[in-house]
Design a protein around this ligand. Sequence first.
Ligand code: HEM
Length: 125
Amino acid sequence: MPVVRLRAMNVLIHVVVALHIIGIASLLGGFLTQMKAMGAGTARFVPAMLHGALTMLVTGVALVGLDQADGRSVNNIKIGVKLLVLIVILALVYVKRDDEKAGKGAFAAVGGLTVANIFIATLWT
Ligand code: HEM
């Protein structure tokens, strides 16, 4: 019985990791579609970026809870840094979501911070 429960938990965690990856795809993909426009100063934060950032927050927090419920150790410092970086991303995208032009600096910052978070997630072990 415990074995069955553990497997179900594993599947659940992996499903949420998959949703976490879909969130990155949306956030980073939205950014990439605007890169040419960014060079011209006309980039805007597309809805995919806002929804991707929100997905990262919801799935990330869920993963922390699920990992802890499953007795897995969570690297609190790494997660804390990822959370802080994401909050900055989310704040920028949310505030400027209706602006027709996001501004080069803010737009580049969101792209840079997104890529930084991907490397933090994968290199910080
Ligand atoms: C732009 C923001 C983010 C990016 C690009 C990102 C990226 C990633 C990637 C690539 C992974 C898979 C690699 C790994 O297992 O370490 C991952 C896993 C994870 N992320 Fe994020 N993340 C972001 C935000 C967050 C936030 C805000 C939280 C929590 C509040 C979070 C919590 C987690 C947890 C707990 C895992 C481990 C899943 C597991 O293996 O059990 N992430 N993230």
